[in-house]
Design a protein around this ligand. Structure first.
Ligand code: ING
Length: 328
C-alpha cells in the first residue's frame, strides 16, 4: 500500500455575475481532465466555485439571492461535473452555496442557507460535508465600505463542526481528510480541531479580495497574499498535515481577488504555487508518512498539550482587558 497520493489545486479565474453555472462547470471539467492527465487523484476547487462571489452584492429580499444557491447536488447544471468525476475516477472538493430544508437548533423545520463544501468520491457519492463556521463581513448594507461583504447576511454559521473522515484514495488504503472554507484558514482553532482528529489532508477553497475592502486602516497590498499563505503554512506545520488551498482569482465585475493557490506539506513548506490569477492547475505528490514526524515529536498532542491551561479558548468569545500594574 502506497502512502503517496497526487493532489491538485484547480484554481479558477473570475466568474462574472452574468455568467451561468454552465460556464464555470465547463471550465471545471477541463481542469478535471488536465488533473487526470497529470495523474492527480484528489482535486480541490475554490469556495463558491459555481458562481461569482455574490456576497459582494446586496439583495434586500433574501429570496432574490436564491439564484446563487444549489438546492440539489448534482443538478442538471452540475451533472457534467459529476460525470467527469466518475469518468476520471477522482476525489473532488467542491465549494458551493447550499440551500437546505432541515430543522434548526430549536427543532423548527425551515429553509436554511450555508456556505458549504463537500468531498465527492470517484463514485459520485458525497463522502463528507462541511459548512463554513467563520463568516467574515456583515449582515446589513454597510455604506462606508468600498465593497460589501455580506456573508453574515446570506449564510448561517456552519452547524457540522470541523469533521474528518478516512477514505481510500488511489493506492493509499486511506487518507484522513478534512475541510475548511476561506476565512476559516485564519483561525488556528479550525486547524487544531482538525489536527485533534489526525487530519492528513486539509482541503480549502477561498475567494479573497486582493485589497482591503473595509476602507479602514492601512494594509499594504503585498500582505494580503502573505497573510493567506502564513495562515495555511502555520496550520499545516502546527498540525502536521498537508493542505491544498485554492483560489477563485482575478477580476469579477471590477473586483479583484488574489490567486496564489498553494499546496503545503506538514513542515509548512509550499510544495507548489499558482502563478496566474486565472484557471490554473498545480499538482504535487504528497507522502502521507510525512505527517508522522510532527505528530510523533514536536506536535505529539497527547504528550505535550495541557488543556487545563487553555480554558479561555472555549470559555471566551471576545478578548477581555488584562489587570493593570501596579494595581490601583
Ligand atoms: N474572504 C476573505 C478571507 O478570509 C477576508 C475575507 C480577507 C478577511 C482578508 C480578512 C482579511 O480570505 C472570505 N470569503 O472569507
Amino acid at each position: 500500500m502506497s502512502s503517496i497520493i497526487t493532489v491538485a489545486a484547480a484554481q479558477l479565474g473570475p466568474i462574472q455575475k452574468s455568467e451561468g453555472r454552465e460556464i464555470a462547470v465547463a471550465r471545471m471539467v477541463r481542469l478535471l481532465e488536465r488533473a487526470y492527465r497529470h495523474g492527480a487523484q484528489v482535486v480541490v476547487f475554490p469556495e463558491l466555485a459555481l458562481t461569482t462571489f455574490f456576497p459582494r452584492w446586496y439583495h434586500e429580499d433574501l429570496d432574490e439571492a436564491d439564484r446563487w444557491f444549489e438546492t440539489a447536488l448534482p443538478s442538471p447544471e452540475t451533472a457534467p461535473l459529476f460525470e467527469a468525476i466518475r469518468r476520471f475516477g477522482l476525489t473532488v472538493y467542491l465549494g458551493y452555496a447550499e440551500i437546505a430544508y432541515e430543522p434548526d437548533e430549536a427543532g423548527v423545520m425551515r429553509k436554511r442557507r450555508f456556505n458549504t463544501s463537500v468531498i465527492i468520491a470517484p463514485s459520485g457519492e458525497v463522502i463528507l460535508k462541511y459548512r463554513k463556521v467563520h463568516l467574515p463581513g456583515h449582515a446589513e448594507y454597510a455604506p462606508a465600505r468600498k465593497v460589501q461583504h455580506l456573508e453574515k447576511r446570506y449564510f448561517e454559521v456552519g452547524n457540522l463542526g470541523f469533521p474528518v473522515v478516512r477514505a481510500p484514495v488511489g493506492e493509499a488504503e486511506g487518507v484522513n481528510m478534512g475541510m475548511m472554507i476561506c476565512n476559516d484558514r485564519r483561525w488556528p482553532e479550525a486547524w487544531r480541531v482538525l489536527g485533534l482528529q489526525q487530519v492528513e489532508l486539509v482541503m480549502l477553497g477561498y475567494n479573497t479580495p486582493s485589497m482591503n475592502m473595509e476602507n479602514r486602516g492601512f494594509e499594504a497590498h503585498h500582505l494580503r497574499v502573505f497573510h493567506s499563505q502564513l495562515s495555511i503554512q502555520a496550520g499545516c506545520y502546527q498540525n502536521a498535515c498537508f493542505a491544498v488551498a485554492v483560489a477563485k482569482a482575478g477580476t469579477e465585475d471590477g473586483h479583484e481577488m488574489l490567486g496564489h493557490s498553494i499546496i503545503v506539506n506538514p513542515q509548512g513548506e509550499i510544495m507548489a504555487q499558482a502563478t496566474s490569477w486565472d484557471d490554473e492547475l498545480i499538482v504535487a505528490d504528497c507522502n502521507l508518512d510525512m505527517c508522522q514526524l510532527g505528530r510523533s515529536t514536536v506536535f505529539n498532542f497527547g504528550l505535550h498539550r495541557r488543556v487545563e491551561a487553555y480554558s479561555r479558548i472555549t470559555d471566551q468569545v471576545g478578548s477581555v482587558a488584562p489587570p493593570t500594574w501596579p494595581a490601583r
